[in-house]
Design a protein around this ligand. Structure first.
Ligand code: NAP
Length: 278
């Protein structure tokens, strides 16, 4: 595995993590496929993708329980990230949500605690006061956000006095590049980690068939002896601040995704992809 520095800290995190949306259910709990989810996560850990992203709202909390089962004998060597929902951002609710996540995850600390979505009805200073308290108490190691604009990120950062916001988790893939306008250059300048979610465009990158852009991707895929998904993830990882969290329940997909590092597409191939997926 290759690693990147987390924000402006000295911590190193795997460039490729494991997403969990759908593991343990989607918007409500579903335990029918727990065994498959646990197997997929454990294989991902074996393949050194030792960074798991979950959220209190995934599977109504059940995703965190599945994650707990997958990491139970190796918690210390996994970077665990979860999220507090946008509706739970008052001071008391953040503390309560964190306790509930800790309990479902069966751990005494969360490595990265992220605000899932901004909420304009709660002052960010109130939310961040709670985040700072959690850092102080050792319940969380780092503070992150998700789906924040540059302005919202800056306000969140200003509201903290003792710690920094280290990451912003955003929708970023070959087919969704809006973060490149301002969020990505901002992150690179300010040393903020961009955690690219839906990096495979929810599976679409492997499946799309028609159009010139897919031919460009297929050509680069063939030259490198890789798959479309591997090239798409590799293209994201070229950006210094970006790490990726593809979700896969299929074991073959997990193996494939772990092979997106250890090599790089060339500058010329990067440019071809940039142009094709403009
Ligand atoms: N912060 C947010 O608001 C937010 C929003 C969305 C997602 N996320 C996070 O980001 C993670 C990833 O995003 P995502 O789940 O939306 O989408 P994704 O990772 O882009 O795509 C997941 C889909 O791609 C398939 N897949 C995975 N690897 C593949 C491969 N090598 N070849 C072909 N298909 C493959 C998976 O199928 P199988 O499962 O069958 O293997 C699944 O259907 C989430 O799980 C979640 O942790 C965060």
């Amino acid at each position: 595995m290759e690693f990147k520095t987390l924000g402006n800290t000295s911590a190193k995190i795997p460039m490729v993590g494991l997403g969990t949306w759908g593991i343990g259910g989607f918007s409500s709990s579903n335990s029918e496929k727990d065994e498959i989810g646990i197997k997929a996560l454990r294989l991902g850990l074996e393949l050194e993708m030792r960074f798991i992203d979950t959220a209190e709202m995934y599977g109504g909390g059940h995703s965190e329980e599945v994650v707990a089962e997958a990491v139970k004998d190796q918690r210390e060597s996994v970077f665990l990230a979860t999220k507090v929902s946008g509706g739970n951002l008052s001071y008391d609710n953040v503390l309560r949500s964190c306790e509930a996540s800790l309990s479902r995850l069966r751990t005494s600390y969360i490595d990265l605690y992220q605000i899932h979505w901004p909420n304009s009805r709660i002052p960010i200073s109130e939310t961040m006061k709670a985040m700072e308290k959690l850092v102080e108490n050792g319940k969380i190691r780092h503070v992150g956000v998700s789906n924040f604009s540059v302005r919202q990120f800056t306000e969140a950062q200003k509201a903290l006095s003792k710690t920094d916001v280290v990451s912003n988790q955003v929708d970023y893939s070959l087919t969704e590049r809006s973060v490149e306008t301002d969020l990505l250059p901002f992150a690179e300048r300010e040393r903020i980690t961009i955690i690219a979610y839906s990096p495979l465009a929810r599976g679409q990158i492997a499946e799309q068939a028609h159009g010139d852009r897919w031919q460009v991707l297929d050509q680069i895929t063939r030259i490198n002896h890789k798959t479309r998904s591997q090239v798409a993830l590799n293209w994201l990882l070229i950006k210094p601040s970006v790490v990726v969290i593809p979700k896969a329940s299929n074991l073959q997909h997990v193996r494939e995704n772990s092979g997106c590092v250890g090599w790089r597409i060339s500058k010329e191939q990067e440019k071809k992809l940039n142009d094709a997926f403009k």
